[in-house]
Design a protein around this ligand. Structure first.
Ligand code: CP
Length: 305
Protein backbone atom coordinates (compact mmCIF):
# COMPACT_ATOMS: atom_id res chain seq x y z
CA UNK A 1 0.00 0.00 0.00
CA UNK A 2 1.34 3.44 -0.99
CA UNK A 3 0.70 6.77 0.72
CA UNK A 4 1.57 10.27 -0.54
CA UNK A 5 2.90 12.27 2.40
CA UNK A 6 5.72 14.17 0.69
CA UNK A 7 6.36 14.78 -3.01
CA UNK A 8 9.63 12.82 -2.74
CA UNK A 9 7.58 9.70 -1.96
CA UNK A 10 7.17 9.64 -5.76
CA UNK A 11 10.12 9.15 -8.12
CA UNK A 12 10.43 11.62 -10.99
CA UNK A 13 9.45 8.76 -13.32
CA UNK A 14 6.26 8.23 -11.31
CA UNK A 15 5.54 11.96 -11.38
CA UNK A 16 6.02 12.03 -15.15
CA UNK A 17 3.62 9.07 -15.48
CA UNK A 18 1.01 10.82 -13.31
CA UNK A 19 1.30 13.95 -15.46
CA UNK A 20 0.95 11.81 -18.61
CA UNK A 21 -2.21 10.24 -17.16
CA UNK A 22 -3.57 13.70 -16.26
CA UNK A 23 -2.93 14.87 -19.83
CA UNK A 24 -4.82 11.82 -21.10
CA UNK A 25 -7.70 12.47 -18.68
CA UNK A 26 -7.94 16.03 -20.05
CA UNK A 27 -7.94 14.73 -23.64
CA UNK A 28 -10.22 11.68 -23.06
CA UNK A 29 -12.36 12.19 -19.93
CA UNK A 30 -14.94 9.54 -20.94
CA UNK A 31 -12.30 6.80 -20.73
CA UNK A 32 -12.06 7.32 -16.96
CA UNK A 33 -15.76 7.74 -16.14
CA UNK A 34 -16.42 4.53 -14.18
CA UNK A 35 -13.06 3.14 -13.22
CA UNK A 36 -13.47 3.82 -9.49
CA UNK A 37 -17.08 2.65 -9.30
CA UNK A 38 -17.86 1.35 -5.76
CA UNK A 39 -14.67 2.99 -4.37
CA UNK A 40 -15.00 5.60 -1.64
CA UNK A 41 -12.77 8.62 -0.95
CA UNK A 42 -12.86 10.20 2.53
CA UNK A 43 -11.83 13.85 2.74
CA UNK A 44 -10.86 14.75 6.32
CA UNK A 45 -10.19 18.48 6.50
CA UNK A 46 -9.18 19.71 9.94
CA UNK A 47 -8.26 23.06 8.28
CA UNK A 48 -10.21 25.20 5.76
CA UNK A 49 -9.96 24.52 2.04
CA UNK A 50 -11.81 25.31 -1.17
CA UNK A 51 -9.67 23.95 -4.02
CA UNK A 52 -8.01 20.92 -2.52
CA UNK A 53 -11.05 19.37 -0.88
CA UNK A 54 -13.47 20.11 -3.70
CA UNK A 55 -11.02 19.06 -6.42
CA UNK A 56 -10.44 15.74 -4.64
CA UNK A 57 -14.18 15.21 -4.33
CA UNK A 58 -14.80 16.24 -7.94
CA UNK A 59 -11.94 13.96 -9.04
CA UNK A 60 -13.42 10.91 -7.30
CA UNK A 61 -16.93 11.65 -8.60
CA UNK A 62 -15.52 11.98 -12.14
CA UNK A 63 -13.96 8.52 -11.73
CA UNK A 64 -17.38 7.08 -10.82
CA UNK A 65 -16.60 6.73 -7.10
CA UNK A 66 -18.24 8.22 -4.01
CA UNK A 67 -17.09 10.70 -1.37
CA UNK A 68 -17.63 11.17 2.36
CA UNK A 69 -15.91 13.20 5.04
CA UNK A 70 -15.88 16.48 6.93
CA UNK A 71 -14.71 19.98 6.08
CA UNK A 72 -13.90 21.26 9.56
CA UNK A 73 -12.59 19.68 12.74
CA UNK A 74 -15.49 21.15 14.73
CA UNK A 75 -17.97 18.87 12.97
CA UNK A 76 -15.93 15.73 13.74
CA UNK A 77 -15.18 13.94 17.01
CA UNK A 78 -11.78 15.69 17.02
CA UNK A 79 -13.76 18.44 18.78
CA UNK A 80 -14.42 15.93 21.60
CA UNK A 81 -10.72 15.14 21.89
CA UNK A 82 -10.38 12.15 19.54
CA UNK A 83 -6.83 11.69 18.30
CA UNK A 84 -5.79 11.70 14.63
CA UNK A 85 -4.69 8.09 15.03
CA UNK A 86 -8.11 6.97 16.28
CA UNK A 87 -9.97 9.04 13.68
CA UNK A 88 -7.96 7.40 10.91
CA UNK A 89 -8.48 3.87 12.27
CA UNK A 90 -12.22 4.55 12.21
CA UNK A 91 -12.42 6.25 8.79
CA UNK A 92 -10.26 3.61 7.13
CA UNK A 93 -13.09 1.15 8.00
CA UNK A 94 -15.47 3.25 5.90
CA UNK A 95 -13.36 4.25 2.88
CA UNK A 96 -10.84 2.98 0.33
CA UNK A 97 -8.57 6.05 0.34
CA UNK A 98 -8.25 9.16 2.55
CA UNK A 99 -7.17 12.72 1.71
CA UNK A 100 -6.48 14.70 4.87
CA UNK A 101 -5.46 18.24 5.76
CA UNK A 102 -4.29 19.11 9.26
CA UNK A 103 -2.73 22.20 10.89
CA UNK A 104 -0.07 20.06 12.61
CA UNK A 105 3.04 19.20 10.61
CA UNK A 106 3.47 15.43 10.48
CA UNK A 107 -0.19 14.57 11.20
CA UNK A 108 -0.53 12.67 7.87
CA UNK A 109 2.56 10.62 8.79
CA UNK A 110 0.90 9.62 12.07
CA UNK A 111 -2.25 8.80 10.10
CA UNK A 112 -0.32 6.61 7.65
CA UNK A 113 0.98 4.49 10.53
CA UNK A 114 -2.56 3.62 11.65
CA UNK A 115 -4.42 3.51 8.36
CA UNK A 116 -5.64 0.41 6.55
CA UNK A 117 -6.00 2.46 3.33
CA UNK A 118 -3.77 4.93 1.40
CA UNK A 119 -3.35 8.37 2.99
CA UNK A 120 -2.85 11.49 0.88
CA UNK A 121 -1.41 14.57 2.58
CA UNK A 122 -3.64 17.45 1.46
CA UNK A 123 -1.50 19.96 3.40
CA UNK A 124 0.08 19.71 6.87
CA UNK A 125 0.76 23.00 8.62
CA UNK A 126 3.61 24.97 7.07
CA UNK A 127 5.32 21.74 5.98
CA UNK A 128 4.18 20.09 2.73
CA UNK A 129 1.41 20.07 0.14
CA UNK A 130 2.38 17.39 -2.38
CA UNK A 131 -0.83 17.34 -4.43
CA UNK A 132 -0.56 21.10 -4.99
CA UNK A 133 2.91 20.33 -6.32
CA UNK A 134 1.53 17.79 -8.78
CA UNK A 135 -0.91 20.51 -9.88
CA UNK A 136 1.93 23.01 -10.27
CA UNK A 137 4.13 20.57 -12.19
CA UNK A 138 1.31 19.66 -14.56
CA UNK A 139 0.66 23.35 -15.20
CA UNK A 140 4.33 24.13 -15.80
CA UNK A 141 4.70 21.16 -18.17
CA UNK A 142 1.54 22.06 -20.11
CA UNK A 143 2.48 25.74 -20.35
CA UNK A 144 6.25 25.49 -20.95
CA UNK A 145 6.50 21.98 -22.43
CA UNK A 146 9.19 20.89 -19.96
CA UNK A 147 10.18 20.56 -16.30
CA UNK A 148 13.90 21.20 -16.92
CA UNK A 149 15.98 24.22 -17.99
CA UNK A 150 13.80 26.69 -16.10
CA UNK A 151 14.41 29.71 -13.89
CA UNK A 152 11.66 29.73 -11.28
CA UNK A 153 10.99 32.66 -8.94
CA UNK A 154 9.14 32.12 -5.66
CA UNK A 155 7.71 35.33 -4.23
CA UNK A 156 6.04 36.14 -0.90
CA UNK A 157 5.82 33.95 2.18
CA UNK A 158 8.57 31.40 1.64
CA UNK A 159 8.80 30.62 5.36
CA UNK A 160 5.30 29.26 5.99
CA UNK A 161 4.25 28.52 2.40
CA UNK A 162 3.96 24.72 2.26
CA UNK A 163 3.28 24.76 -1.48
CA UNK A 164 6.64 26.49 -1.98
CA UNK A 165 8.48 23.91 0.12
CA UNK A 166 7.00 20.97 -1.79
CA UNK A 167 7.50 22.50 -5.24
CA UNK A 168 11.14 23.35 -4.53
CA UNK A 169 11.70 19.73 -3.43
CA UNK A 170 10.13 18.47 -6.65
CA UNK A 171 11.89 20.84 -9.06
CA UNK A 172 15.27 20.20 -7.45
CA UNK A 173 15.24 16.72 -9.00
CA UNK A 174 14.99 18.01 -12.59
CA UNK A 175 17.90 19.17 -14.81
CA UNK A 176 19.16 22.75 -14.91
CA UNK A 177 16.69 24.38 -12.54
CA UNK A 178 17.59 27.81 -11.16
CA UNK A 179 15.66 29.11 -8.16
CA UNK A 180 15.14 32.78 -7.28
CA UNK A 181 13.79 33.38 -3.77
CA UNK A 182 11.99 36.73 -3.39
CA UNK A 183 10.71 37.57 0.09
CA UNK A 184 10.97 39.97 3.00
CA UNK A 185 13.80 39.02 5.37
CA UNK A 186 11.29 37.75 7.95
CA UNK A 187 9.69 35.32 5.46
CA UNK A 188 12.77 33.73 3.89
CA UNK A 189 12.86 30.06 2.91
CA UNK A 190 13.78 28.00 6.02
CA UNK A 191 17.49 27.16 6.27
CA UNK A 192 16.82 23.42 6.47
CA UNK A 193 15.26 23.49 2.99
CA UNK A 194 18.19 25.46 1.55
CA UNK A 195 20.63 22.98 3.08
CA UNK A 196 18.78 19.68 2.61
CA UNK A 197 17.20 20.39 -0.77
CA UNK A 198 18.89 23.21 -2.72
CA UNK A 199 22.51 22.81 -1.65
CA UNK A 200 22.31 19.01 -1.43
CA UNK A 201 21.00 18.79 -5.02
CA UNK A 202 23.46 21.36 -6.36
CA UNK A 203 20.69 23.78 -7.35
CA UNK A 204 21.80 27.33 -8.10
CA UNK A 205 19.72 29.84 -6.17
CA UNK A 206 19.71 33.48 -5.16
CA UNK A 207 17.76 35.43 -2.53
CA UNK A 208 16.48 38.97 -2.90
CA UNK A 209 13.84 41.32 -1.55
CA UNK A 210 13.45 43.08 -4.93
CA UNK A 211 10.94 41.44 -7.31
CA UNK A 212 11.42 43.93 -10.19
CA UNK A 213 15.20 43.45 -10.16
CA UNK A 214 14.90 39.72 -10.97
CA UNK A 215 11.63 39.61 -12.93
CA UNK A 216 13.29 39.69 -16.37
CA UNK A 217 15.13 36.41 -15.88
CA UNK A 218 12.14 34.34 -14.74
CA UNK A 219 10.40 31.65 -16.82
CA UNK A 220 7.94 31.01 -13.98
CA UNK A 221 6.84 33.40 -11.22
CA UNK A 222 5.20 31.54 -8.32
CA UNK A 223 3.35 34.12 -6.21
CA UNK A 224 2.16 33.23 -2.71
CA UNK A 225 -0.12 34.62 -0.04
CA UNK A 226 1.33 35.67 3.32
CA UNK A 227 -0.01 32.87 5.54
CA UNK A 228 -1.91 34.80 8.21
CA UNK A 229 -2.94 31.61 10.04
CA UNK A 230 0.69 30.69 10.79
CA UNK A 231 1.62 34.03 12.41
CA UNK A 232 1.86 34.36 16.19
CA UNK A 233 1.66 38.14 16.09
CA UNK A 234 -1.08 40.05 14.21
CA UNK A 235 1.08 43.20 13.96
CA UNK A 236 3.78 41.27 12.05
CA UNK A 237 1.17 39.95 9.63
CA UNK A 238 -0.24 43.45 8.99
CA UNK A 239 3.26 44.80 8.37
CA UNK A 240 4.22 42.04 5.93
CA UNK A 241 0.98 41.12 4.18
CA UNK A 242 1.31 43.52 1.24
CA UNK A 243 5.06 43.17 0.74
CA UNK A 244 4.52 42.23 -2.92
CA UNK A 245 1.62 43.14 -5.17
CA UNK A 246 2.01 42.00 -8.77
CA UNK A 247 0.42 44.56 -11.10
CA UNK A 248 0.65 45.71 -14.73
CA UNK A 249 3.55 48.02 -13.96
CA UNK A 250 5.68 45.20 -12.53
CA UNK A 251 4.70 42.90 -15.42
CA UNK A 252 6.50 45.33 -17.77
CA UNK A 253 9.75 43.80 -16.48
CA UNK A 254 8.67 40.22 -17.27
CA UNK A 255 9.45 38.03 -20.28
CA UNK A 256 6.68 37.88 -22.86
CA UNK A 257 6.20 34.15 -22.15
CA UNK A 258 6.69 34.16 -18.40
CA UNK A 259 4.10 32.03 -16.65
CA UNK A 260 2.48 33.33 -13.43
CA UNK A 261 1.38 30.65 -10.98
CA UNK A 262 -0.30 30.96 -7.57
CA UNK A 263 -1.69 28.07 -5.50
CA UNK A 264 -4.56 30.35 -4.41
CA UNK A 265 -6.38 31.64 -2.43
CA UNK A 266 -5.11 35.08 -3.40
CA UNK A 267 -5.56 38.06 -1.11
CA UNK A 268 -3.80 41.20 -2.48
CA UNK A 269 -0.61 39.78 -3.95
CA UNK A 270 -1.83 39.64 -7.55
CA UNK A 271 -3.88 42.57 -8.79
CA UNK A 272 -7.05 41.43 -10.58
CA UNK A 273 -5.93 43.62 -13.52
CA UNK A 274 -3.43 40.80 -14.31
CA UNK A 275 -6.11 38.10 -14.59
CA UNK A 276 -6.66 38.62 -18.33
CA UNK A 277 -2.94 38.70 -19.13
CA UNK A 278 -2.16 35.53 -21.17
CA UNK A 279 0.74 34.89 -18.79
CA UNK A 280 -1.66 34.47 -15.82
CA UNK A 281 -2.01 30.69 -15.42
CA UNK A 282 -3.42 30.42 -11.89
CA UNK A 283 -6.97 29.55 -12.91
CA UNK A 284 -5.69 26.96 -15.40
CA UNK A 285 -3.74 25.59 -12.42
CA UNK A 286 -7.02 25.15 -10.52
CA UNK A 287 -8.50 23.07 -13.36
CA UNK A 288 -5.32 20.99 -13.65
CA UNK A 289 -5.57 20.18 -9.93
CA UNK A 290 -8.66 18.06 -10.38
CA UNK A 291 -7.18 16.08 -13.29
CA UNK A 292 -3.90 15.27 -11.62
CA UNK A 293 -5.75 14.25 -8.42
CA UNK A 294 -7.78 11.83 -10.56
CA UNK A 295 -4.49 10.35 -11.79
CA UNK A 296 -3.19 10.10 -8.21
CA UNK A 297 -6.32 8.40 -6.85
CA UNK A 298 -6.06 5.83 -9.68
CA UNK A 299 -2.41 5.17 -8.92
CA UNK A 300 -2.87 4.72 -5.17
CA UNK A 301 -5.96 2.52 -5.68
CA UNK A 302 -4.03 0.59 -8.35
CA UNK A 303 -6.76 0.94 -10.97
CA UNK A 304 -6.15 1.54 -14.67
CA UNK A 305 -8.30 2.81 -17.54
N1 CP B 1 -4.17 25.68 -3.02
C1 CP B 1 -4.89 25.27 -1.93
O1 CP B 1 -4.44 24.43 -1.14
O2 CP B 1 -6.10 25.87 -1.81
P1 CP B 1 -7.17 25.53 -0.68
O3 CP B 1 -6.57 25.98 0.65
O4 CP B 1 -8.41 26.29 -1.05
O5 CP B 1 -7.37 24.04 -0.68
Amino acid sequence: MRHLLDIVDLTTEEIDELLDTADDIIANPDKYRDICKYKKLATLFFEPSTRTRLSFESAMLSLGGSVLGFSEASSSSASKGESVADTIRVVSCYSDIIAMRHPKEGAPLVASMKSAVPIINAGDGGHNHPTQTLTDLLTIRREKGRLHDLTVGFCGDLKFGRTVHSLISALSRYENINIVLISPDELKLPSYIKKDVLIKNGITYEQTTDLCAVMGKLDILYMTRVQQERFFNEADYIRLKDSYILDREKMEYAKKDMCILHPLPRVNEISTEIDDDPRACYFKQVANGKNVRMALIMKLLEVQA
